[in-house]
Structures are given as structure tokens and as C-alpha cells.
Design a protein around this ligand. Structure first.
Ligand code: NAD
Ligand code: DAU
Length: 332
């Protein structure tokens, strides 16, 4: 494997993955990205020109996708509409990109027999009760609840069907909530950090009791590379770092890192259909591919993330006002 095509590489996880690949392999990377509101070319600045190229385009464009797939040894597919709140307001782009875009890519990968890795989410499994001992495994039943998670579940099903029916050389990974640098300010952790930096109190949906299973984005990148190099075709791998915390506990930690009182937050209108808890059992990835998370101390990962947003206001400031006015119209 020498050349990979990375879709959605100007987004949060995609750009972190590209930086990781540059530092840990000698692969050549081509990024295909539509540069929606969530894509930012500044996240890819400074990469070596002899190992990196950027193509501005849509994964639903079959001619373009076929041409780029033909030139690649593998496709790593991140591109998606990724935000639940947006999917509740305007689901259409989620159907287009997450379903039709994935279909377009796997058709091209089938045509050229290209290795394909599909990036997905733990949200396809629905949610868990707060006190349930069970966590999600590769055998859990699909029960998506939001337009976002339903389209991601549908995209997983397309990939599985293409493996079985057409022999597509694909793997799938379903990861828990990522945090770290270059995450859009619409998402929970960057929204609260940048609100506090702007003198605005963090906003917790409902009572703030929903639980998310946090993983540092660099641990996610390392897991994807392990699957790309050693994963078994047709298999699904769950990625998680045992990082379960309530949203309230996360905000209290953030406030401490930002020098504010632990209760300096507001409770706001809940998200409709808000999933209660996600939790990943990543034993298969750990035992079969030897992956381990490196960022096991969430508090220090969070402190580094706070520092990154403090130091990189030029990166997030242009998105902040539009994001907050979208939230204001949703009562959040
Ligand atoms: P993001 O919203 O930050 O980035 C998405 C990127 O895809 C952007 O650069 C955007 O411009 C691009 N894009 C959107 N539509 C496109 C199209 N039609 N054609 C080409 N490019 C397009 O998303 P993210 O948080 O980095 O998530 C990346 C992937 O990881 C998604 O598939 C998501 O479902 C999955 N995932 C995310 C998380 C998380 O915590 N953020 C966890 C598990 C899985
Ligand atoms: O689990 C993986 C998923 O994690 C990914 O598939 C998604 O792409 C990613 O966006 C993320 O989904 P969530 O809906 O869990 O992430 P979000 O950052 O939107 O919210 C995290 C939690 O915080 C959720 O319980 C809602 C809550 N929340 C969010 C915002 C923006 C708040 O309480 N206040 C807020 O202002």
C-alpha cells in the first residue's frame, strides 16, 4: 500500500488522521473534501507537497470518485454530515452524503477492487440505560435513533452488503465520541470551551446526565491505521477507550481547567430523542489487532484540548457566531 484516498480529510477526525499518517507512515495521501461548513483547509496546512494533495469535490460525484479511487491502493472514508442537532433540523444532506455518498464510493471501490475502510459510529447501536452493565460489542443489534445515526447505520449496511454480494475488500469501524484539536465549535467540548473563553456559560442539554464514552482523536487514528494494516476483510471493529462520563462531569472538569466555579453552567432545552448513554467494549480490537489507547488520562487530554483552543482562536473564531446563532434558533 502506497497511496491512500481520504474522504472528509478537512474535517475534525479526517485531518487528525492525515497528520497521524504523515508522522507514522510513508504513505501518500490524497484528500477529497467538499469543504462544507465543517471542512477547513487550514487544518491541513504545512503538509509535505510530495506526499499530500487536496481535491475539492463531492463524494456523490461518481466520475470524480471513480478517477480518484482508480489511483489509490486504499480508501479511508470519513466524509459525512456528522452533527445530530443539524440532522434534526435539516436531514436531507445526511441522506445525500452519508447514504448516496457512501454508495458512490463503494461502487468505485468495487469497480477497481480497491481496499476500503468505512468510518462509522457507536450511535448505530442506539443507546443504553445509565445503570445497564452491558456495553456495545460487534454483535450488538442496530437501533439508530436520529436522522444522523440512521444514515450512518444505513451506510454500514451498504458496506456489509457490498462485502457479501460483490466481495468488496472492506472493513468497518464504529467509534465512540472523539475529542481533541481541530473539532468544529458546534460539538459539545469545543462549544463549551469557546463559550467560556467568550465569557458565556456552558449549556447542558436537559439535566446534563447523558453519558458519552470519550476517546482522544489520536487514539482513533492509531486504531484506524491498525485496521487498515492488519484488519480482516469483512470484519467490524469497535473503537473505544473506556472513557464514560456524564456531560455534567465533563463540563465541571472543563470549568476547572478554565478557572471557573464548577457550577457555572446553565441547563437548556433538551435535544429531541437525546440518546442517554453510549459505551464501547473494544476487546476485539485490543486482542486481535493489539491496539491500546495512549490517552488514558482524560483530564490531561482535556487540559491539552483547552490549551489548543486558547492558542488557536484564529482557527475557530470565523465559525463561532454562525454556530451560536444556529443554536439560538433551536433553543440551545
Ligand atoms: P466533521 O463534520 O468534522 O467533518 C466532515 C468532513 O466531511 C468535512 O470536512 C466536510 O467538508 C466533509 N464532507 C461532508 N460532506 C461531504 C461530501 N458530500 N463530499 C466530500 N466531503 C464532504 O466530521 P468528524 O467529526 O470528523 O467525523 C468524521 C467521520 O467520523 C464521520 O463519518 C462520522 O460519522 C465519524 N465519527 C465521528 C465521531 C465523532 O466523535 N466526531 C465518532 C465516531 C465516528
Ligand atoms: O458517539 C459518536 C458520535 O459522537 C459521532 O458519531 C458524532 O458524529 C459526534 O457528533 C458525536 O455525537 P454526539 O451527539 O454525542 O456529540 P455532541 O458533541 O453533539 O454532543 C455530546 C453530548 O453533549 C450529547 O449528549 C449532547 C450534549 N450537548 C451538546 C451540545 C452541543 C450539550 O449538553 N450541550 C451542547 O451545547
Amino acid at each position: 500500500m502506497q497511496r491512500i484516498l481520504v474522504t472528509g480529510g478537512a474535517g475534525f477526525i479526517g485531518c487528525n488522521f492525515v497528520h497521524y499518517i504523515m508522522g507514522h507512515t510513508s504513505l501518500h495521501v490524497t484528500v477529497l473534501d467538499k469543504l462544507t461548513y465543517a471542512g477547513n483547509l487550514d487544518s491541513l496546512s504545512g503538509l509535505p507537497a510530495d506526499r499530500f494533495s487536496f481535491i475539492h469535490g463531492d463524494i456523490c460525484d461518481s466520475g470524480l470518485v471513480e478517477r480518484l479511487t482508480a489511483q489509490a491502493d486504499a480508501v479511508v472514508h470519513f466524509a459525512a454530515e456528522s452533527h445530530n442537532d443539524n440532522s434534526l433540523k435539516e436531514p436531507r444532506p445526511f441522506v445525500d452524503t452519508n447514504l448516496v455518498g457512501t454508495f458512490t464510493l463503494i461502487e468505485a471501490a468495487r469497480l477497481h477492487s480497491t481496499r476500503f475502510h468505512h468510518i462509522s459510529t457507536d450511535e448505530v447501536y442506539g443507546d443504553l440505560a445509565l445503570d445497564e452493565p452491558r456495553r456495545f460489542t460487534e454483535e450488538s443489534v442496530y437501533k439508530p435513533t436520529s436522522p444522523y445515526s440512521a444514515t450512518k447505520a444505513g451506510s454500514d449496511m451498504l458496506v456489509r452488503a457490498w462485502v457479501r454480494s460483490f466481495g468488496l475488500k472492506a472493513t468497518i469501524s464504529n467509534c465512540s465520541n472523539n475529542y481533541g484539536p481541530y473539532q468544529h465549535v458546534e460539538k459539545f467540548i469545543p462549544r463549551q470551551i469557546t463559550n467560556v473563553l467568550d465569557g458565556v456559560r456552558p449549556r447542558l442539554y436537559g439535566q446534563g446526565l447523558n453519558v458519552r464514552d470519550w476517546i482522544h482523536v489520536e487514539d482513533h487514528s492509531a486504531a484506524i491505521l491498525a485496521i487498515l494494516e492488519r484488519g480482516v476483510i469483512g470484519e467490524t471493529y469497535l473503537i473505544g477507550a473506556d472513557g464514560e462520563l456524564s456531560n455534567r462531569a465533563v463540563v465541571e472538569r472543563l470549568l476547572r481547567h478554565l478557572g471557573q466555579p464548577a457550577d457555572a453552567y446553565d441547563l437548556v432545552t433538551d435535544r429531541p430523542g437525546h440518546d442517554l448513554r453510549y459505551a464501547i467494549d473494544s476487546s476485539k480490537l485490543r486482542s486481535e489487532l493489539g491496539w491500546q489507547p495512549r490517552f488514558v488520562d482524560f483530564d490531561s487530554g482535556l487540559a491539552a484540548t483547552v490549551a489548543w483552543y486558547r492558542d488557536n482562536e484564529d482557527w475557530w473564531r470565523p465559525q463561532k457566531a454562525a454556530t451560536e446563532s444556529k443554536y439560538a434558533s433551536q433553543g440551545h
